[in-house]
Structures are given as structure tokens and as C-alpha cells.
Design a protein. Structure first.
Length: 431
């Protein structure tokens, strides 16, 4: 290429370089205008990502529900509004009320008065609703931290499965080359090369599936974190993080955020039922006013009290609905208690077996590595058939997958323990 360019005139070379620069600049501009894919973005470490995700849509929804409950609680403290009315009587009638000489004008002030503890019951229901909303918000934050950790780990697992699949492809290619060499030397039948080629095609298909799963895993992580530009890589490993013994004591299922939220919901439902029952007590409206008597050229005070008759509307439907809400809340509380107890027992059993499973899987992988190495040496020396080499390579791939599955299970147990205890996977409490 240099010799060829040396034979060209200098002006031609300069023109070609300038044209190349112009084409490159135009292509870059077109890519920016057409919305070409942005550069790669690495997800920050998990703790940093959790802090940066404070405005994620899922958390914003929980905060909005909390603000809604606080607004409703504030509204429960409001007293009934008074009313002012003006009434003119004895006008525009027949004699002697034809004109306005005998008009009687009344200016009246009316104030509804709640009795029977209706306002206090309404305020208590509103405050219980805020407590329940805060418990739900905390449970949502703990669940979000748990789901974000799992999504982060899922992206890492997808990366590792691609690495495993690429190793499988590389080893299958080596096996195929060895088989073709032996076939060419007349030491193996053509069928052996076809078998190795078929095995290579199978692991290539697994590699493509792993790549598709990786795209999906990073897309889910990006969506959960609420970022516009999808992540394409990770900044740390959660699976290889050193495992330390938990120093926060045993799991108390009745202290889990899900159970506490369900208990607060049951309490709020009880308070709403009490408020609905109080609504059957009629309100008293006190009236006081001034009446102007034009004919006598005098004024007088008027006053009175009105009480509604609860004949038709006795609030029975709302009371029945609130009773059903209480029953549903009690059922959810029982479900939350049973689920928390079952999860606490399960996670303790999983944690006890997780480390042993990882250790056994790593030992099995070391054995599979040595088995494949010896099988390959024997096959290349013509001392063993191809089927033994393929079986050894399949066993090695399976052993590597088992190690990854064991580490995934260990991480899942740690994440579940943190979820039950209301902490991040690093042991930090979530408020």
C-alpha cells in the first residue's frame, strides 16, 4: 500500500485523504442525526446504582402513594364548612304584601357540628393510612433493593454464560481441528469429523442464545434502574464478592417489611371501619341570624337547630365494604406471616448448604478440567476415540455450568436473607 501511494502524485494523495476525512465527518453527522446507538455505558457498582436509582419509576410510584396518604390524612382534620344565607319574605304578593313595605329579610349563619366522635375517628383512620403507606413504602424500597441486586447479578450471570459458551466453542473448534487432522492422516473415519462439526454447531447455537439472554438481562437492569441509555457492562462482581458470616443475628419473620406492611394495612382497615360506623351518627346544624322587619322598622334575632333523619341512607353499603376490607386485610396478614416464616426457614437451610455446594462444584470442575486434558492428550495420540473426548468436553462444560449455578444459588440465598432482614446485600439497613 505504501509503495502504491508512493507512485501517486502528492496532490492526488492529499485529495484522497481530504475526501476520506469529509466522508468520515458526514457519516458521523448522519449517525448522530439518525439516532445511532450511543457509546457503551457501564453500570456503576451496585451500592452506587442503588443510590442513583432514588428517582426510579418504581420508587417514585411508592413515594406518590405515600404523599397521597398524607394528603388524605391532612384532609381528615378539616371541619365542616359553615354557610351563610339571606332570605326575604312577604314580598311581591297580594295586598297587603304587594310591595316591599312588609318585607322580612333574614341573614342566617349555619354551622354543622359533628358529634359522636366522628372527626376523631376520621383523623385516626387518616393517620393509620399514613402509617400503612410508610410501611408499604419501606417494603417497596427493600423489595426494590432486592430486585435490583438480582437484576445486577442476572446481568453478570449472563456475561459468564457467554464466557462459558465461548470456551465451549473454542474447545469444540480445537476438537474439530484435531479430528480433521486424524481423518486426514487416515487414523479416523470421516464420521468422526462430522460428529465434531455437529458438536461445534450445537455449542455455537448455545452461544447465540447466551448473547440474546445477555441483551435481555441488561435491558431489564436498565429498565429497573430507570436509565434512558441501556447498560452494556458492569463495574463489579456480586457473585465473587467475599462471603462473610452474617453478624445481624437470626431471621425474625415477624419483623420482615412485608409482614409489617400487612399489619399496618389491617390496622388502617380497622380504623376505616370505625370511621364508617361513626358516619351513621347524624350531624347537628346550629343556625343563628338576624331578621329585619321593614313594616315595624325593627330587627330580631333568630336561631335554631336542625338534625337530619337517617331514614334512607344509613351508610350500610360503606360499612359492609369496610368490613370486607378488614377481612381481606386479615387474610393478607396471615398470608404474609406464613410466607415470612416459610422464607425464613428456607433461607436458613439454603445458607447452610450454599457454601458446601459451591465448594463441591469447584472440586468437580477441577476434576473435569483434568479429565478433559487427559482425554485430549489421549485422543491426539490416537489412544482413545473421539466419543471419549466429546464426552470429557461435555462433562467439563457441565461442571462449569454447575459452578455458576452454585454461585448463583449462594447469591440468591444471601439476597433473600438481606430481603427478610430489610437490608441490602452488603448488610446496610434500608429505611
Amino acid at each position: 500500500m505504501k509503495a502504491f501511494m508512493g507512485r501517486l502524485p502528492r496532490r492526488a494523495v492529499s485529495g484522497m485523504m481530504a475526501a476520506t476525512c469529509v466522508v468520515a465527518l458526514c457519516a458521523t453527522a448522519r449517525a448522530q442525526e439518525s439516532g445511532a446507538p450511543a457509546r457503551a455505558q457501564a453500570a456503576p457498582p451496585y451500592a452506587t446504582l442503588l443510590q442513583q436509582s432514588a428517582d426510579a419509576p418504581r420508587l417514585e410510584l411508592s413515594e406518590a402513594e405515600l404523599r397521597r396518604a398524607e394528603g388524605l390524612s391532612q384532609q381528615t382534620r378539616s371541619r365542616p364548612n359553615p354557610s351563610v344565607s339571606i332570605l326575604t319574605e312577604n314580598i311581591a304578593g297580594s295586598s297587603p304584601y304587594r310591595g316591599f313595605d312588609r318585607a322580612e329579610t333574614t341573614l342566617q349563619y349555619s354551622q354543622p357540628i359533628e358529634i359522636g366522635g366522628k372527626r376523631s375517628a376520621r383523623i385516626a383512620a387518616g393517620e393509620a393510612g399514613v402509617v400503612a403507606a410508610r410501611a408499604r413504602d419501606r417494603d417497596a424500597r427493600i423489595a426494590y433493593a432486592y430486585d435490583l441486586a438480582r437484576a445486577y447479578a442476572a446481568a453478570e450471570i449472563a456475561d459468564r454464560r457467554i464466557a462459558l459458551a465461548e470456551d465451549e466453542v473454542e474447545e469444540a473448534q480445537n476438537d474439530l481441528r484435531a479430528a480433521r487432522a486424524l481423518v486426514g492422516a487416515g487414523k479416523e473415519a470421516r464420521l468422526r469429523a462430522l460428529q465434531a462439526e455437529s458438536s461445534l454447531n450445537a455449542v455455537n447455537a448455545e452461544l447465540e442464545l447466551a448473547k440474546a439472554n445477555r441483551i435481555a438481562a441488561f435491558a431489564r437492569l436498565s429498565a429497573l434502574a430507570g436509565v434512558d441509555q441501556p447498560f452494556t457492562s458492569l463495574s463489579e462482581s456480586l457473585l465473587d464478592r467475599p462471603v462473610t458470616a452474617p453478624a445481624i443475628g437470626p431471621v425474625d419473620p415477624l419483623a420482615s417489611s412485608a409482614y409489617l406492611a400487612a399489619r399496618a394495612e389491617r390496622e388502617a382497615a380497622d380504623r376505616r371501619l370505625t370511621a364508617e360506623r361513626k358516619r351513621t351518627i347524624p350531624d347537628i346544624t346550629a343556625n343563628i341570624g338576624v331578621r329585619r322587619l321593614d313594616y315595624e322598622n325593627s330587627t330580631a334575632l333568630v336561631g335554631g337547630v336542625s338534625i337530619p333523619l337517617h331514614i334512607f341512607d344509613r351508610n350500610r353499603g360503606n360499612i359492609a365494604a369496610s368490613q370486607a376490607d378488614v377481612q381481606a386485610a386479615e387474610a393478607r396478614l396471615a398470608m404474609a406471616r406464613y410466607d415470612a416464616q416459610a422464607e425464613a426457614q428456607a433461607v436458613q437451610a439454603q445458607l447452610a448448604a450454599a457454601d458446601a455446594r459451591v465448594s463441591a462444584a469447584e472440586t468437580a470442575q477441577a476434576t473435569a478440567d483434568e479429565t478433559y486434558r487427559l482425554a485430549r492428550i489421549a485422543y491426539e495420540a490416537g489412544k482413545s476415540p473421539l466419543v471419549e473426548l466429546l464426552a470429557a468436553r461435555h462433562g467439563l462444560g457441565a461442571a462449569r455450568g454447575i459452578v455458576l449455578d452454585a454461585r448463583t444459588a449462594r447469591f440468591e440465598a444471601r439476597a433473600q436473607l438481606a430481603h427478610l432482614q430489610g437490608r441490602t446485600i452488603f448488610g446496610d439497613p434500608i429505611q
